[in-house]
Design a protein around this ligand. Structure first.
Ligand code: SF4
Length: 351
C-alpha cells in the first residue's frame, strides 16, 4: 500500500500518471490532502467512484493519532500529544497571541524528532536521548491534524522549535518546509515560518544557501561559553564565537534578521553585566533577542528570573541598541515547555 500523504504535488501527478490517470489528478489529490485536510477517499467527490475504489485498494492516507489535547486555563495555549504509527509520541503546541479572541493570531510549534540528542539541561525532551527523526510527512501532519480540530481559526505561523533539533533532521525539514509553503496545500508563507536551532554550526551555513526564505532563530541562553555549556552541551562542540560567525555568514547570504532566544534563569544568566556582555557579542548583527523566563522542569534545579529582573535585563539590552522582547511564560498549567508532556505521559505509562 502506498501512503499518499507526504507526496509532493509533482510526486502525486507522477503517481496518477503511473496508474493510467491524467496528471491533474495529482493537483486535485494534493488539495484534498493538504488544503482540505481530508483523508477519507469517499469524501473526495470530484474523483470518480471507480477511481476512489481503486485508490482504496492500493493506497492510503496516513494520520498521526491525537492522544490528548490540553487547553490552558486562559485558553491562550494548547498542547497536543500525538502517537506515531510505531507507537512513539511527539508534542505540538499552539499559542494564541492578540488582545481579543477575534484578533488572535495562532502560532503552531511543531516537532522534528522523537526525543533529542542534544540534552540541554533545562529541557525534558533530551532526557531520554534521541529515538529517531520524524519523516517529513510526520512533521507536516502535525499542522494538518491541529488545523482539522480548530474551528473557525487558521494557523497563521509555524515555529519549528518543538521536540528535537530541526537542523539534525535536515532533509526531512527542508522537504516539510517546502510543502508547508505550497499555496495549493497548507499555504503558510515563508515569512511566517521560523526554523529554530540550538546551534549546529555547519548546518546553519548549509541552510543559508538553501534559500527557504524562512526566518532563523538561535537558542543562545548564555552570555559566555561557561554558562552556555552548562545549559547546552552542544556549546562544547560549537562555542559562541563559532556560532556567531555562522550567524554572520547566514546574514551575509540571506540578508535576514536573526532571532536569538534567551531563557532567563534566576541567578544564572540574568545579571545586568551579562546583559551588557550579550549586547557586545551581538554587535553588528541585525537581530532581535527574545527573552523568556524559564519554564520550570522537574529535573532542572533552577527557577525563572522574577519579572523585575526580566524587565531590567530587557531595558539594559535595549539601552545598547539591540532590539529585545520579553515573552510571557505560557502554559505552565499544561506542561507546555518542550518535552514535558511526553515525559509525563511516559512516566504515567511506566507506573
Ligand atoms: S531544547 Fe531543543 S535542542 Fe535542546 S534538548 Fe530540548 S529539544 Fe533538544
Amino acid at each position: 500500500m502506498i501512503d499518499l500523504k507526504g507526496k509532493t504535488e509533482e510526486e502525486l501527478s507522477n503517481f496518477f500518471v503511473s496508474i493510467g490517470e491524467k496528471p491533474f489528478r495529482g493537483k486535485q489529490m494534493y488539495q484534498w490532502i493538504y488544503y482540505k485536510k481530508e483523508s477519507t477517499f469517499s469524501k473526495m467527490t470530484d474523483i470518480s467512484k471507480s477511481l476512489r475504489d481503486y485508490l482504496k485498494e492500493i493506497t492510503f492516507i496516513s494520520n498521526i493519532k491525537l492522544l490528548k489535547r490540553y487547553i490552558s486555563e486562559n485558553k491562550n495555549t494548547e498542547k497536543y500529544l500525538f502517537e506515531l504509527s510505531d507507537g512513539n509520541l511527539i508534542e505540538t503546541a499552539l499559542m494564541r497571541y492578540g488582545e481579543t479572541p477575534e484578533s488572535a493570531r495562532s502560532t503552531l510549534c511543531i516537532s522534528t524528532q522523537v526525543g533529542c540528542a542534544l540534552k540541554c539541561s533545562f529541557c525534558a525532551s533530551g532526557l531520554k536521548g534521541l529515538v529517531r527523526n520524524l519523516t517529513h510527512t510526520e512533521i507536516i501532519d502535525q499542522i494538518i491534524q491541529v488545523q482539522k480540530i480548530l474551528i473557525g481559526e487558521r494557523i497563521a505561523n509555524i515555529v519549528i522549535m518543538g521536540i528535537g533539533e530541526p537542523l539534525a533532521n535536515y532533509e526531512n525539514l527542508i522537504k516539510a518546509v517546502n510543502m508547508i509553503k505550497n499555496s495549493h496545500g497548507i499555504g503558510i508563507g515563508k515569512r511566517n515560518i521560523v526554523i529554530s536551532t540550538a546551534g549546529l554550526v555547519p548546518m546553519i551555513k548549509k541552510l543559508a544557501c538553501e534559500n527557504t526564505g524562512c526566518k532563523l532563530a538561535i537558542s543562545l541562553h548564555g552570555y559566555n561559553n561557561q554558562i552556555r555549556s552548562k545549559l547546552m552541551p552542544l556549546n562544547d562542540r560549537y562555542p559562541i564565537e563559532e556560532l556567531l560567525d555562522a550567524c554572520r555568514y547566514y546574514q551575509k547570504i540571506t540578508g535576514d534578521r536573526i532571532t536569538f532566544e534567551y531563557i532567563l534563569i534566576k541567578g544564572l544568566n540574568d545579571d545586568l553585566s551579562g546583559a551588557r556582555k550579550l549586547t557586545r557579542m551581538l554587535k553588528g548583527l541585525k537581530c532581535i533577542v527574545n527573552l523568556i523566563p524559564l519554564n520550570p522542569v522537574k529535573h532542572f534545579p533552577y527557577e525563572p528570573s522574577n519579572i523585575l529582573t526580566c524587565q531590567c535585563f530587557v531595558m539594559e539590552i535595549e539601552k545598547y541598541g539591540i532590539n529585545a522582547t520579553l515573552r510571557t511564560e505560557r502554559g505552565r498549567s499544561i506542561n507546555a515547555a518542550c518535552g514535558q508532556l511526553r515525559a509525563r505521559w511516559d512516566a504515567k505509562q511506566e507506573t
